[in-house]
Design a protein around this ligand. Structure first.
Ligand code: PLP
Length: 393
């Protein structure tokens, strides 16, 4: 063809991490059709939707059945009822967010990928290792990415020391995928002070906030000054089992402004142009997930997963294998044994224990030599995987 393409795609790593895992698992199971493979790799959930979520969906389906209550296109940013439900969710944690600063979408991944549309060619700071979507979506847009190493030495929580530029776009993920590290209020305050001093923007991914235990901030807006420098993106995927149902939100405070434009207005314009809203049925389901009853049910599922995290952690502790996470995060981040690389360890566990995890190197160069296990499996599968790993490691 004679068309010009987006040449930046040539700079993206060959295959998306989870596609490569799927390829290797599929090759292994084709060669070993009797192997009973346990997947503790991709971060998908296994608990079904909760009763109040399903009841709300069913009620919404009934409404869609009748001409007098049928709904067509939803507002691009979400119905008032869901924007208000999200605002109440923040208010329960003492945080004030106006419903018109909340933009409901079909997933945090979409928002994280799309937010680059409203930003220019800034220097992008991304923790390493982290959820790969931040890097890939910026590379696709031709942006210059610099990495913030997250290592055992800094507790997997990089800080702004040593940064002397300005006008950065800084991605943060807390609790972190994959390391499970969570920023304290004091550490966030330091980042916020840095961002405000240097005119930088923080994009804060709080997709795993429901897994936080103890007195750590669930939202960057729990810390003073964040409204002047941060966008927050959150999701019901892991909290409410919405990985297949799809609902998330992005908060763009009205204080955020650059080059004479309000970022809130820009995001509104971007969504109105390229997004046609979340299905009514899903918005009602999300509203139910955020209700007091829905939250109680969701937290039961969170506890279920955290019990899986506990049994994985216990096994690693008993083996003397270094790991982090598993207390305020569904992920356990462990050091590969015997000096293996991440992908060597992946193949080793796949072949010798038929257990699938995620190679740390897939999350960034600093993830090399590490491995991620998730607690999102069923209790039974997790117990079986732990028994196999106990024997192998
Ligand atoms: N952010 C992080 C850190 C994630 O790990 C994930 C999914 O694994 C997402 C966002 C995507 O969330 P969603 O399912 O809402 O697109």
């Amino acid at each position: 063809m004679n068309i010009k393409i987006n040449e930046n795609f040539k700079n993206i790593s060959q295959s998306y991490l989870f596609s490569e895992i799927a390829r290797r698992v599929s090759a292994y199971s084709t060669a070993n059709p009797d192997a009973s493979i346990i997947r503790l790799g991709i971060g998908d959930v296994t608990r079904p939707l909760t009763p109040s979520v399903c009841a709300a969906m069913q009620k919404a389906v009934d409404e869609m059945r009748k001409p007098e209550t049928f709904r067509g296109y939803s507002p691009d940013y979400g119905y008032d009822f869901i924007r208000e439900a999200v605002a109440r969710h923040y208010a329960e944690n003492g945080i004030t967010v106006d419903p018109n600063e909340i933009f409901v979408s079909d997933g945090a991944k979409s928002d994280l990928g799309n937010i680059v549309d409203i930003l220019g060619d800034n220097e992008i700071l991304i923790p390493d290792p982290v959820y790969p979507v931040y890097v890939d979506s910026n590379v696709m847009s031709g942006h210059k990415v610099s990495y913030l190493p997250a290592t055992a030495e800094n507790g997997f929580l990089p800080m702004p020391e040593g940064l002397d530029g300005e006008g950065y776009v800084i991605y943060m993920c807390s609790p972190n995928n994959p390391t499970g590290a969570v920023y304290s209020a004091e550490a966030l305050a330091e980042w916020i002070a840095f961002a405000r001093r240097t005119g930088s923007l923080i994009i804060f991914d709080s997709a795993y906030e429901a897994f936080i235990s103890g007195d750590l901030p669930h939202s960057i807006y729990a810390v003073e000054g964040a409204r002047e420098c941060a966008i927050e993106i959150c999701s019901l995927s892991k909290t409410a089992g919405f990985t297949g149902t799809r609902c998330a939100w992005t908060v763009v405070p009205s204080e955020l402004e650059a080059s004479g434009l309000k970022l809130r207005a820009m995001w509104e314009r971007r969504q109105a142009t390229k997004f046609n809203g979340v299905p009514y049925i899903v918005q009602r389901a999300a509203e139910a997930a955020l209700s007091p009853e829905g939250q109680k049910e969701c937290m039961e599922n969170v506890r279920y997963y955290m019990e899986n995290a506990r049994i994985i952690s216990e096994m690693l502790k008993n083996k003397g294998i270094f790991f982090t996470g598993g207390t305020s995060s569904p992920y356990i981040w462990l050091k590969c044994t015997d000096g293996m690389s991440s992908w060597e360890f992946f193949d080793y566990l796949l072949e010798k224990a038929n257990v699938v995890g995620t190679p740390g190197a897939g999350f960034g160069a600093c993830g090399e030599g590490f491995f991620r296990l998730t607690s999102f499996g069923t209790k039974e599968a997790t117990a079986e995987a732990v028994a196999r790993l106990e024997k192998l490691l």
